[in-house]
Write a protein that binds this ligand. Structure first.
Ligand SMILES: [Zn+2]
Length: 495
């Protein structure tokens, strides 16, 4: 649902523009109490999946890095956007985007002089003030700073991706991983891109969170993923580089038709499942292969999973790329440190399959997918794995000792390890607040509770209510969240 999300997000405390008391800065958002919890839970789902199911190692590197890694990776030279500034008002724009907006044609693969020519030919002016535009130039998206003072200060950058900070210590990780490949390494953390004029909320940030997974593999084994059989019959909506209209294809067909390798196909399927598991609407997800002219220079094959958003159009949630031996080779050339491994008598540089998730974008898509509207309320239908708060407790009225008793129930649930809120006031409003927070169960202590030692649980998604004994409450909530029982059978249904 359009726009509602931004409104609820600010009001309920999912996220809001950073530095807002000073007027803000585009591309920066602060996660509030609900959003920060939601983000943590989404990250936990990913961490558990890759560490437990895919046996990955977890690392954490600095976000501020010296310059050398980015010379090796090509970012110093190539991580640029074609930029153009208005001579009159000074506003800066992506030159290729201005051309695309004017001509409705793709500019993928066009060079800087070609874009410059199209700007002149189409007489493109400043969209804001109609002023004359200057010359197109390459603008590097990395934030640059210095480590230390004085003459010996070191030029450094805020990392534009976590990937290189995982590649640099490859040999050490290989030793720690007992010299085995495939070797999977996951890193969560912030990355930075000094975007020209980000105006898409959480979808285009200058500081953002990533979960990037790097698999170091034998280049001869790209079509031998050990668990490929588990996903090969799954079907998804797919756009290939030669067919950007799309159709439903079996994962196995991608490999059989030589559209990609087993490693990429496997993680396309797993990523689709992960996104669905955190509540993203699978009908809006598509696997899309990059066309040759849009693919990054370091990759031989790249796929994205895209979400079709009501608010922002197509949003890329994960990039899955065959980065070949490009990165390790470049680090070997520049650092002069050997990146080859010796496996059964043959020496080679491993290839890298990268599975690079954003966190902020999937979080936004979770909000968009889970936002539901009834005739008298809106609510987020977060799955139990990611709902910020699992339960809320309130007294039916604010008198006759009910608040004190309700607080006892609340404290008991906290002792049992639940994320639970206490609320009081008009019960209808309390429900409304919890629905907007996506809290799954609302527990009410009423006058009957004084006698029957039971409370009413109300389920967010269908507003049905069951009555359960207070002593059974924690156990029943746990079973509900683990999907061991259905709500209607969790207690005596209240008519
Ligand atoms: Zn202007």
């Amino acid at each position: 649902m359009k726009h509602d999300i931004l409104d609820i997000a600010k009001r309920r405390g999912f996220f809001w523009p950073s530095f807002e008391i000073y007027g803000g800065a585009s591309g920066f958002y602060t996660y509030g109490p609900l959003g920060a919890l939601l983000k943590l839970r989404i990250e936990n789902v990913m961490r558990d999946y890759f560490m437990i199911k895919e046996n990955c190692l977890l690392i954490e590197a600095p976000v501020l890095t010296t310059g050398d890694p980015w010379v090796a990776s090509g970012h110093v030279e190539n991580f640029t956007d074609m930029t153009i500034e208005c001579q009159k008002c000074g506003e800066a724009y992506r030159a290729d985007h201005l051309v695309e907006e004017k001509t409705s044609k793709s500019t993928d693969g066009l060079s800087l002089p070609e874009i410059q020519k199209l700007i002149r030919k189409n007489k493109i002016k400043c969209p804001k003030c109609s002023g004359v535009l200057g010359s197109v130039y390459d603008y590097n998206l990395m934030f640059k700073t210095f480590i230390g003072p004085g003459k010996n200060k070191v030029t450094s950058y805020l990392r534009p991706e976590t990937a290189q900070t995982t590649y640099m210590p490859f040999k050490r990780l290989y030793e720690i991983g007992r010299k085995q490949i495939p070797l999977g390494v996951i890193q969560f953390g912030r990355s930075f891109r000094n975007e020209i004029s980000p105006r898409k909320g959480l979808v285009r940030l200058r500081e953002f969170s990533q979960a990037e997974v790097q698999f170091f593999i034998d280049p001869k084994e790209k079509n031998k993923h050990p668990k490929f059989n588990l996903v090969k019959n799954l079907k998804f909506s797919v756009l290939t580089k030669n067919d950007q209209k799309g159709k439903i294809l079996k994962i196995n067909d991608l490999v059989k038709k030589n559209l990609t390798n087993e490693w990429i196909a496997y993680f396309l399927a797993r990523s689709m499942q992960l996104f669905e598991g955190v509540g993203i609407d699978k009908k809006k997800l598509t696997c899309r292969q990059h066309k040759d002219e849009e693919r990054s220079f370091y990759s031989s094959d790249t796929w994205d999973i895209e979400f079709l958003s009501d608010n922002f159009g197509r949003i890329e949630l994960v990039g899955i790329a065959d980065r070949t031996d490009y990165d390790l080779k470049r680090h070997m050339e520049l650092s002069k440190k050997d990146m080859k491994i010796n496996l059964n008598g043959k020496k080679f540089i491993p290839n890298i399959i990268e599975v690079a998730y954003g966190i902020d974008r999937p979080l936004f898509c979770v909000l968009e997918s889970c936002l539901k509207k009834d005739k008298d309320r809106v609510y987020f239908s977060f799955p139990p794995e990611i709902a910020p708060y699992q339960a809320a407790v309130f007294p039916l009225v604010r008198k006759d000792g009910l608040p004190g008793k309700a607080k006892e129930v609340y404290e008991m649930l906290r002792d049992e390890g639940f994320y639970v809120l206490y609320d009081e006031g008009f019960i209808g409003r309390a429900y409304y607040r919890q629905d907007e927070a996506g809290t799954i169960y609302c527990v009410t202590y009423d006058y009957d509770s004084l006698k029957d030692k039971a409370v009413t649980i109300r389920f967010r998604d269908n507003k049905k209510q069951v009555r359960v004994k207070i002593k059974d409450l924690a156990g029943i909530l746990k079973k509900l969240m683990n999907r061991q029982i259905v709500f209607e059978k969790a207690g005596k249904l209240v008519k």
